[in-house]
Design a protein around this ligand. Sequence first.
Ligand code: ZN
Length: 319
Amino acid sequence: MTSQTQEPKTLQQAIVYFSNSDNCLMYLVERRWPDGVVICPTCGSNNVGFVASRRVWQCKTRHPKSQFSIKVGTIFEDSPISLDKWLCAMWMLANCKNGISSYEIHRGLGVTQKTAWFMLQRIRLALQSDDGGMLGGEVEVDETFIGGKARNMHVATKKRRITGTGGKDKTIVFGMVERGGKVKTQVVSSRKRDSLQPEIRKHVEAGAALYSDELRSYNGLEGDYAHQVINHAVKYVDGMIHTNSMENYWSLLKRGINGTYVSVEPFHLFRYLDEQSFRYNNRKELNDAGRFDLAVSQIVGKRLTYKEVTGKVDKISGH
Ligand SMILES: [Zn+2]
């Protein structure tokens, strides 16, 4: 394996760089096995030899699947799509602010739209981050509705018209954001106290300053937090008391979902949430190459079959 050029910093450089399959392999090997010792994904042995002609490793221990490629044990496992396409798709999803649609991947990389959709779902799995610690300092919490008819309603109208669970065709997303810091979002079953407060206690440090709107489900947090409420019927900002960071994040999320993705089924929504929070939470410390590097380092140990993604039994097409 030889690497001719420097690692890419832009999408254009990534396309050129990863058109060389040795570069793809080298890039992945360095992130998967940072200390340079290749480990058999089946038995964990490091007694393996590289078969250069086939770009696979041979484990010296006798067991089924003793030959393995770089794809085995990662989100790429069992995929006939070549690594250059996978890595370009990853670069785009890790870095395009509003996301990228399966249609764009289909046209840009020359795979079917169905395949492109499946690739994106697997990449989103890699973008799913570990918990990342508690939020602290000044934290805003808010809920929003995704999908259904509420999508096109103005926020104020929506808040007035929709109460309780928000109706059958809408999915409720709950968000918490540390001002100037990270965001955590998730699908919740209702806007009731029992759905929201455990999440706050789980993800926000006790003693933090908490800002929310006047939804009654937030009552009772005063014991653990300095909780301040903005009454949106009166005004949207009262000094420090507002939920603007969270509102801005919802706009970003909805721009991605409504603009880039034609429709997102509630069942799949959490993957889009993971995708957007990956980009948002790594917006400051990392540049494009850094976000891509991080995404690649998270491909191991995650698999998603077509059946798991769709609930159907099907085979993904090769091209
Ligand atoms: Zn082995």
